[in-house]
Design a protein around this ligand. Structure first.
Ligand code: AHG
Ligand code: MN
Ligand code: MN
Length: 333
């Protein structure tokens, strides 16, 4: 059987009227950038890309060399195509405008260039996350306010996971579809059509070193999982925490489960740990498109009205029944 590539998939989506020509181009360019990031990530020490960059980003976090490289690759790849009005990145404080010598398009692109930075130097899976919005600004350069749209307005979202293989997972609002990078051919092959999150699960992901900071509903939920067959759930649960959101969410998408970075006393002042615009929103769209749910514990993530580019939020996502239970525990407490 002939192999379907990402290019062919996107052309078919365009013919069916599900994506515009510009959105197709945008996604192709992001996928091309992902290939370049994948090359750098997999060369590791051979290319001298491991270790610290010696700078801090807007979040006050020390940047790794690969954070900087991945950010540059995405910015440069997307500047000249004419499909974007502006970009925003975890690694860039302000809105990144399209240089004046290139034409501008109707979309806004947001990304976390390299997710899971703490895993770079230990050779564990990292990723890239992206989100696409329409530019609603009537005229002039887009501003931060142009990006302040709830996640339900996203026209596309996706991630790449740089693991044993490089996978590109995409939604344009018609289900979630995965493509595996064929390194020899240099193309993404359609390997994972209509990815869905199994409803029932026996696996959870949370950084339990924060347990003493959690709120009572999260304490209650995790305690019940840990009681296993002897507790109210009557079954045993397994635990996994990669500390790369992309890898953890990809596992949830593949075999079910719940992923949580909830509000706790440690991150309360900043609103949460994960970033709304380029981590929570795109992952929430993907998870909902795959039949799961995504909440802060109190609100549906995709309904949140953003108020700043680098806003942080609590994230609870995955199998629907589990997310609904955590939401109920929040309501009850
Ligand atoms: P980033 O590397 O883009 O800053 O994101 C890291 C995030 C996320 O990928 C992961 O789930 C979480 O931080 C891990 O946090 P802990 O180190 O607190 O476990
Ligand atoms: Mn991240
Ligand atoms: Mn990052």
């Amino acid at each position: 059987m002939a192999r379907v590539t990402l290019t062919q998939y996107l052309i078919e989506q365009q013919r069916a009227g599900r994506v515009t020509a510009d959105l197709r181009l945008l996604i192709e360019v992001v996928a091309r950038a992902v290939k370049a990031i994948s090359v750098n990530v997999s060369k590791g020490a051979l290319a001298g890309v491991l270790g610290e960059a010696g700078t801090d980003n807007v979040q006050g976090e020390a940047q790794k060399k690969l954070d900087v490289i991945a950010n540059e690759i995405l910015l440069q790849a997307n500047e000249w195509g004419g499909h974007l009005a502006a970009m925003a990145s975890e690694e860039v404080e302000e809105v990144h405008q399209i240089p004046f010598d290139y034409p501008k398009g109707g979309y806004l692109l947001l990304f976390d260039p390299l997710d899971g930075s703490s895993n770079i130097d230990v050779n564990i899976s990292v990723g890239t996350i992206f989100s696409v919005l329409r530019n609603t600004a009537a005229q002039g350069d887009p501003t931060e306010a142009s990006f302040m749209q709830p996640g339900r307005e996203q026209v596309a979202a996706g991630y790449a996971v740089y693991g044993p293989s490089t996978l590109f997972v995409l939604t344009v609002g018609t289900g979630v579809h995965g493509f595996t990078l064929d390194r020899e051919m240099g193309s993404f092959v359609y390997t994972h059509p209509f990815m869905t999150i199994p409803g029932a699960t026996q696996e959870y992901a949370i950084n339990s070193s924060n347990a003493r900071y959690w709120e009572p509903p999260v304490q209650r939920y995790i305690a019940e999982l840990q009681q296993g067959v002897d507790g109210p759930r009557g079954k045993n649960f397994n635990m996994r925490w990669v500390a790369s959101m992309v890898a953890d969410v990809h596992r949830v998408l593949t075999r079910g489960g719940i992923f949580m970075y909830p509000l706790d006393e440690k991150c309360r002042a900043s609103g949460g740990k994960l970033r709304l615009m380029y981590e929570a929103n795109p992952m929430a769209m993907i998870v909902e498109q795959a039949g799961g749910a995504a909440s802060t514990g109190r609100e549906r993530i995709l309904d949140l009205q953003p108020h700043k580019l680098h806003q942080r939020v609590p994230v609870i996502l995955g199998s629907k029944e589990e997310v609904e239970r955590v939401v109920r525990y929040h309501a009850e407490s």
